[in-house]
Each structure stands twice: as structure tokens, then as C-alpha cells.
Design a protein around this ligand. Structure first.
Ligand code: HEC
Length: 437
């Protein structure tokens, strides 16, 4: 996270300081700090960061979107416990230190040199890392609660809306009946439909955000209201951007992948919820977003091959701005690369994921979208490790081809872009015919 966010946080902490006046006047501040530090640990020195002043701001900005009671449900990838209170963090201090030191947390897979490129990046600054480690190893002092920054809005929203991180949805789509899986089932691929009635959706509307909450054993979902894979965040269409959702009555089809450990007593019934928030009347949409999937075809990964790679090229036929990428492979996937050659011969790497993780299928959203003139060529390359040295490899003795099950492989890169030509569509006014196909 960038330091500017922290400065704003610290500034707002000062603003709410009056809330703690009762506490602070009970004793001179210095004496009070000493008392709290002593509660945390006898071994802490003045130089040791404290929980309330130093650690909590880092946790709020970098960990609590997921590590809170109603944390993000990213395709069923839920953080195991909250890191909100002093006690939450104190009892897990050694694990926090090792997870940040070894770069497992916060989860993010883009190459280090991309720092600052993606607006949804999850990266700790060196000093933030150092703070967490020094606190964990320095006796985990609590410090003074008056130093605590205010609870972030996203934590309040999620706890008030039962886990919908963007606020209560306008529309929730789910199956009429839960779907049940038997004891001996491991993977199942089915298409399931949910009904959108006329009452639910009397007219076409512009989508502002889509967030999924999954029941158990839902591995991933592909549907016309947006795909959801392990580790994915809610999809948000920011000011000026929009995507149209058509009126009911109609069916929305979900291509489901269920996955669980088979065995006695593992049968489970499950459902999904897609929560949609719509844009408000009067908002102006300037960019209707589109996308494309870069598919790599005709490959076969030989058994035992530690570094198989395959590529595809894509030629842009109009001027666009690239908004985001999302590479998708299964368990043997190790790396992804998006490179572009512009018509004037310039060549640039737009995204390098050197350490792809199946459980964290991030969407990489550009802070400053690259401008891509017609005629530019995108080269998309993926790598797989089909050797026995890959701990996630389900079967190093198999030649692997394309297929939906997790033990087969997939080979695509989603790419979201927008056309440079601007529109002026006012939400609530008639929708131009070209979008109502
Ligand atoms: C995008 C959501 C998300 C964010 C942000 C996040 N975590 Fe996690 N965290 C998870 C999930 C999900 C798991 C369990 C699955 C796993 O271990 O990968 C987890 C597991 C952990 C674990 C136990 C496993 C391990 O690798 O040691 C620790 C410790 C941890 N997180 C600490 C943190 C800290 C500290 C931060 C902030 C600096 C953070 N996490 C940010 C989602 C997140």
C-alpha cells in the first residue's frame, strides 16, 4: 500500500481523537502509554512498534478486507480468522511475521517491478513489513488504544450487511433449490439456471458491482453475469464505466464446477448468491466495457516436463485502452506473460506473473490503462510445470491436454478493454439500441 493512504489514515485518526478524551485525561499520556506497553509485554522497548499506533494501521490497509469476521468471499477463498483486535493479532504474531517475511501474505502474484502499476495491488512497503516483524518479535506490545485509527468503512459495511463488501445488493440471484453433492463425489461440472423474473428485473439496468457469495464446495462459476474463480474479488464498474444487464423474465445460466474431498459424511448441499448493485439514475456512462479471451490452443504438456510453455498472438483491430488482465490455468500453471508490440515497433511487457498460484487468480487492474492503437500485437504466453517437483501437480506421469476438470489444464487470459470513443449515456434514460442486442 502506498504511504499516502497511511497519511490520510493517520490524519483521520487525529480527527477522531476526541472520542478517546475520557481515556486520555485519566492519566498523563506518557504514563498511560507505558502502562499499555507493559500489558503487552515486559520485554518491549521504546523502539518496538505498538499494536494500536503502528501495527493496526498496516493490518487495516492490507489485511482486513479479508481478515475480518465478514471478510471477502473470493470464490470461496475465505481468510481463516480475523486480524481486527489486539488479541486477534497477538495470538497469531509468529504466523503473521513468517507470512509477510516469506511474501505469502498479502496474496499477490505480479512481478515486484510492477509495484504501482495495478490499482488493486496488494503489496506491503518495506517499512510496513519491518513494522509487523519487529512487533511480532519484540514482545507484541499493545500500546495506547487512543492511538488506534478509526475502523475502516469497509469493515463497518461488511459487518452491517452480513458480508456484502460493497453494501446490500439491489438484486440477489440464486438457485431456487440448493444443489446436493454425494459422499463419493470429487469434481462435478453442470449447468444450473436461475430465473430472473419480471418483478426482479422489470427493465434493463446498468451494473455497478457484482459480488458472489458461495456455499461450500463451489469451486468456480462462469456465467453471463461474470465469472468467478478462486481468489477473485467483486467486480466493480467505476464512475463512467458500465455494463448492461437485461430485463426479465429470463434465465441466467451458471456453468458450475463443484469440488470437494470425497469420503463418508462429506455429502453437502450448496447454493450460490450473486449480489448485484445497480447504478443510480442520473449517473453518466462514458465507457461501455468489453473484453476478450486470449485462448492458447493445440498444446500437450508431456509427462514430467518441468517448464512447458505455449503462446498465442492477438491483433487489435481498433484503438482501445486496456483495463485489466486475468490469466487462467489450473494446478500445473506456474507463470504468465502479456507482451505488446505497438505499430511503431515499441515493445513492452504489460504483465508478468512469475509465480502463478491456482488459489489466487487475481485480476490485474491497471491504474493507468495502456493505450493500444489498432494494429498492435499482443503476445500471451503461459508456462506449466508437469514434473514431480511441482507440489500441486495431481499426476506427473500424465500427458496433459486442455479440459475443464482441475486435473486437466486450461490456457487462457481474460482481457478487459474499452474503446477509446466516448459515449454519453445517462442512467435512467432510454438505452441506445446498439447495447440492447
Ligand atoms: C485478499 C484476501 C487476503 C488478504 C488481503 C490477506 N489475507 Fe491472509 N489469508 C487469506 C486467505 C484466504 C488465507 C487462507 C488460505 C491461504 O493460506 O492461502 C489467509 C491465510 C493467512 C495466514 C495463514 C497462512 C500462512 O500463509 O501463514 C496468515 C498468517 C495471514 N493470512 C496473514 C495475513 C496478513 C498479515 C495480511 C496483511 C498483511 C493478510 N493475511 C492479507 C486472505 C487474505
Amino acid at each position: 500500500m502506498r504511504p499516502t493512504t497511511r497519511l490520510t489514515l493517520l490524519a483521520s485518526a487525529l480527527l477522531v481523537a476526541p472520542a478517546f478524551v475520557a481515556l486520555a485525561t485519566a492519566a498523563p499520556l506518557t504514563a498511560q502509554q507505558a502502562t499499555f506497553a507493559a500489558i503487552g509485554s515486559g520485554s518491549a522497548t521504546d523502539a518496538t512498534p505498538t499494536f494500536y499506533a503502528d501495527v493496526l494501521p498496516v493490518l487495516q490497509q492490507n489485511c482486513q478486507t479479508c481478515h475480518q469476521a465478514a471478510g471477502l468471499n473470493m470464490g470461496g477463498n475465505l481468510a481463516p480468522w480475523p486480524l481486527v483486535t489486539y488479541e486477534d493479532a497477538r495470538i497469531r504474531a509468529p504466523r503473521i511475521a513468517s507470512a509477510v517475511r516469506e511474501g505469502r501474505m498479502p496474496p499477490w502474484s505480479a512481478a515486484d517491478w510492477h509495484k504501482g502499476t495495478f490499482k488493486n495491488e496488494r503489496v506491503l512497503e518495506d517499512d510496513e513489513k519491518a513494522t509487523l516483524i519487529a512487533w511480532a518479535e519484540g514482545g507484541t506490545p499493545a500500546g495506547n488504544p487512543a492511538d488506534a485509527p478509526p475502523t475502516p468503512d469497509f469493515v463497518k459495511i461488511a459487518s452491517e450487511t452480513d458480508g456484502w463488501s460493497r453494501g446490500e445488493p439491489d438484486l440477489i440471484i440464486e438457485w431456487a433449490e440448493p444443489y446436493c453433492l454425494d459422499d463419493d463425489l470429487r469434481d462435478e461440472y453442470v449447468n444450473l439456471s436461475a430465473q430472473i423474473t419480471e418483478e426482479m428485473m422489470p427493465e434493463d439496468r446498468w451494473i455497478k458491482s457484482i459480488e458472489y457469495r458461495n456455499g461450500p464446495a463451489v469451486h468456480h462459476i462462469i456465467s453471463a453475469v461474470g465469472a468467478l474463480v478462486p481468489g477473485a474479488e467483486p467486480r466493480v464498474y467505476e464512475d463512467g464505466y458500465g455494463r448492461l444487464m437485461r430485463a426479465g423474465p429470463r434465465e441466467v445460466r451458471f456453468q458450475m464446477h463443484f469440488n470437494k474431498q470425497p469420503g463418508p459424511g462429506t455429502a453437502v448441499c450448496t447454493n450460490i448468491q450473486a449480489g448485484i448493485i445497480f447504478k443510480e439514475d442520473g449517473e453518466v456512462i462514458r465507457h461501455v466495457t468489453g473484453g476478450n479471451s486470449l485462448r492458447i490452443r493445440d498444446w500437450e504438456i508431456p509427462a514430467g516436463n518441468p517448464a512447458y510453455s505455449a503462446s498465442v498472438e492477438y491483433v487489435f483491430t481498433e484503438d482501445v485502452e486496456i483495463l485489466s488482465f486475468m490469466p487462467h490455468m489450473h494446478l500445473r500453471g506456474t507463470a504468465a506473460l502479456y507482451e505488446i508490440t505497438y505499430p511503431d515497433g515499441r515493445h513492452e511487457t504489460l504483465l508478468h506473473v512469475p509465480d502463478y498460484a491456482f488459489n489466487w487468480q487475481h485480476t490485474y487492474e491497471f491504474a493507468e490503462p495502456p493505450q493500444v492503437p489498432a494494429g498492435s500485437i499482443m503476445r500471451f504466453t503461459l508456462w506449466w510445470d508437469n514434473s514431480e517437483n511441482n507440489p500441486s501437480n495431481p499426476d506427473p506421469s500424465a500427458d496433459v491436454v486442455w479440459g475443464l476438470p482441475t486435473h486437466a489444464e486450461m490456457s487462457q487470459g481474460y482481457m478487459n478493454f474499452r474503446r477509446l470513443e466516448e459515449r454519453h449515456i445517462v442512467v435512467g434514460e432510454p438505452i441506445p439500441a446498439e447495447f440492447r442486442r
